[in-house]
Design a binder for this molecule. Sequence first.
Ligand SMILES: [Zn+2]
Ligand SMILES: [Zn+2]
Length: 182
Amino acid sequence: MIYNVASLLTGSPGDSEQYEIENEQIVIDGYSLEEINGSVRLMRTDATVLVSGDFESVTHNSCGRCLEPATVNVNVTMEEEFSPTNTNLMGEKGSRPDEEDYSYDPVLVIDEQNFLDLTEGLGQAFLSALPIAILCKEDCLGICPICTVNRNTIHCSCVESSVDPRWAGLAGLIGKGAESSD
Ligand SMILES: [Zn+2]
Ligand SMILES: [Zn+2]
């Protein structure tokens, strides 16, 4: 997902190129985003290249509740401006990003050879789109805290017999009330 944008930089604002992304993969922050598909449009603006596109991907992780394999489909819409290093190609309007500028993002910079690398920016977009809790299924029952079986596959008896300690006292009171009314 690396594009040479030299011709866009030397062109005019509004010029654009379209690329298809097929079955790519990005590994970022311990996540492997696989089967990335989508189409990306690179458009020259006054001083940058605007990257926009819709992408889909699949990531295989372990379920946050039961630790079994979990597959998550994740879709993102990306729209980011990449700043060129070679601003001379853009005429007067090109402006190199100021490294002391708080908004300077080295991920969104076109390198000296005029290559725009989408990998990191797209990977970050996918990361922010991942659910906070990755689950094998929405109603995953998780692991029994008492006997540690996977409650999706084994119905252990400790689930039914255990009483939440916060309610144990209350259960005792109800029992006493029932006795005294006899
Ligand atoms: Zn699970
Ligand atoms: Zn159990």
